[in-house]
Design a protein around this ligand. Structure first.
Ligand code: FAD
Length: 537
């Protein structure tokens, strides 16, 4: 199989043109082309008047050696992207690994371990995804928060009520991302996620996929415990020996995958109290911003706005400010809604989600400023970032009126430094509601200064970004984990053997795909350790 990259065709090209382009590029006759599949399809919208499709293709030809001998540009042997297991559980193994957390990282750690025969025990503090959905909507519709079952906690993890974007900038020489996408497709994700350059799934499908993956893992011997919060961890002489659930039940194990996500603040505290090495890490804080999706589509696609192959337009923006801060767009959700994403009572946190169709009226994205441990006392205490997040989230709760409404402001008023009094043409989508105010006191002054500088700079890239009626809601604080649970090259904690910190909460992933990839890596490390192969390496 050969791989042919950078095949560029007009947006509305007839299907037959793809085959013709391959024959032309490979300089072969039609009879010599045996097969053609699209490996990736992206678009180049840098020139709005002439948007093109950019393909990576896999082609089967009669005489591969002859084509390669021509040394044509962008033609290589297609790499083998299939996944290969690193170990197999011994037939008589009695010990079982424990996976804490069933978000994308825990899902893939558990799946790979189960596929290798290790029969993992999965402990998840939240409820099964259908029950969890009701609780999550409880906050959005009735202002009732369940601190153990919400946007952050429960089967499927933080990404379940999301846009389900599946691209990531991580280096992936072993093609683990392909394994993640392939397993998602087996679990009923749309097949196009395997080849479109920026795949997304949307919330409804994610719920079904999570259930299907749970069934697969269970059918391979995995054991699930929901509403099973790990509240303690037993360490003997630097080696994990077990975990303790709320209520006191003890589960003995020498191998624990810790995939608890970035909001497990009580778990981070417990690990710190038990002496597990944890350090503060940078993260970002800011607001959500909403524009009409039509404004973003026009700015990005011009006359091609609304084209079915392009879908609702997204953007990715960065601005380096005069005061040394970096402001950037985060987790952009085209045609989606802003969601209430707190897991703690008396706090307000924003995030974004969408359905597969991405056909809601507004585009939203995080509009955030990078902060460092020195900004929040992280150089003095490893958990200081959590205190800082809590402080901002509590303030936002008060500013929103103390009933889970989010504080909000129009962009024009934010730039002018005056409180907003009435909504403009952009209706905010955040539920239960938005309370208009002045957002400036909600974040440190350096962040507000940086954001005011970034808005006009972003407007130069996306015309309309600075529109006076665009809506800001705050605060966005859960952009990534405020801590890193440091691990060695063997994926085990730097000071506790058998403890495998993983995924976003441990500081090793930043999104669904990268968390899934990290889950695979950690599962492999667990398997190698359990079979003794790690020592032999
Ligand atoms: P999580 O998904 O956070 O999973 C951790 C799990 O551990 C949770 O289910 C939690 O209940 C459980 N847990 C925690 N503590 C314990 C304990 N003590 N005992 C037992 N269980 C415990 N990323 C994208 O790539 N694309 C997107 O479009 C996207 N949109 C998002 C939208 C929203 C609203 C949110 C909140 C996040 C979004 N993200 C998105 C980020 C993405 O969800 C996370 O990066 C990803 O879920 C991290 O995976 P994880 O498995 O490391 O952690």
């Amino acid at each position: 199989m050969l791989r042919l990259t950078n095949v560029i065709l007009p947006l509305d090209h007839p299907e037959a043109d793809l085959r013709a382009a391959v024959l032309d590029r490979l300089k072969i006759a039609g009879a010599d082309l045996l097969g053609l599949t699209i490996f990736r399809r992206g678009y180049d919208a840098r020139r709005r008047s002439q948007i093109t499709l950019v393909y990576t293709l896999e082609v089967e030809v009669k005489d591969e050696a002859a084509v390669l001998a021509k040394a044509l540009p962008n033609v290589t042997v297609a790499p083998d992207t299939s996944y290969k297991f690193v170990a197999q559980a011994p037939a008589q193994t009695a010990s079982r690994p424990v996976v804490i957390g069933f978000g994308p990282c825990g899902i893939f750690a558990a799946l790979i371990l189960a596929q290798m025969g290790f029969r993992p025990i999965i402990l998840e503090r939240g409820k099964v995804v259908r029950e969890r959905t009701k609780d999550t909507w409880g906050l959005w519709r009735k202002r009732e928060l369940n601190p153990e079952s919400n946007v952050q906690f429960g089967e499927g993890g933080a990404g379940t009520f999301s846009d389900g974007k599946l691209h990531s900038g991580i280096k992936d020489p072993k093609h683990y991302g392909r394994k993640v996408l392939t397993e998602f497709v087996k679990a009923f994700a749309p097949e196009e996620i395997l080849y479109v350059s920026k795949p997304h799934i949307g919330t409804f499908r994610l719920v079904k996929m999570v259930e299907a993956m749970r069934e697969t893992i269970a059918s391979l011997g995995g054991e699930f415990r929901f509403e099973a919060k790990v509240t303690d961890i037993e360490i003997d002489n630097g080696q994990v020996r077990g975990v303790v659930l709320e209520g006191g039940e003890r589960i003995a194990t020498d191998h624990v995958v810790l995939a608890v996500g970035h909001s497990a603040r009580d778990t981070f505290q417990m690990l710190y109290d038990r002496g597990v090495y944890v350090e503060a890490k940078p993260f970002s804080v800011g607001f959500r911003i909403e524009h009409p999706q039509s404004v973003i589509d026009r700015a990005r696609f011009g006359k091609f706005a609304g084209h079915p192959l392009l879908g609702a337009a997204d953007y990715k923006l960065v601005h380096h400010c005069g005061n040394g801060r970096t402001v950037y767009s985060f987790c952009m959700c085209p045609g989606g809604t802003v969601v209430a994403a707190t897991s703690e009572a008396g706090r307000v946190v924003t995030n974004g989600m969408s359905q597969y169709s991405r056909n809601e009226r507004n585009a939203n994205s995080g509009f955030v400023v990078g902060i460092n441990p020195e900004d929040f006392g992280g150089d003095k205490h490893p958990l200081a970032g959590i205190d800082f997040q809590r402080e901002l989230e509590s303030r936002a709760f008060e500013m929103g009126g103390g009933n889970y409404d989010a504080p909000g402001q129009l962009v024009g008023d934010f730039l002018a430094g005056r409180p907003s009094k009435a909504f403009g043409s952009v209706q905010p989508s955040y539920k239960p509601g938005v309370h208009l105010t002045d957002l400036a006191p909600s974040l440190p002054a350096y962040a507000i200064e940086a954001m005011r500088e970034a808005i006009p700079a972003f407007d130069r890239q996306i015309r309309g970004y600075a529109m006076a009626d665009a809506m800001l809601t705050g605060v966005e604080t859960r952009t990534s984990s405020p801590v890193r649970i440091k691990r060695l090259d063997n994926f085990q904690s730097v000071n506790v053997k058998g403890l495998f910190p993983a995924g976003e909460g441990a500081g090793y992933a930043g999104g669904i795909l990268s968390a899934g990839v990290d889950g695979i890596k950690v599962a492999e490390a667990v398997a190698l350790s359990m079979t003794g192969a790690a020592d032999a390496r």
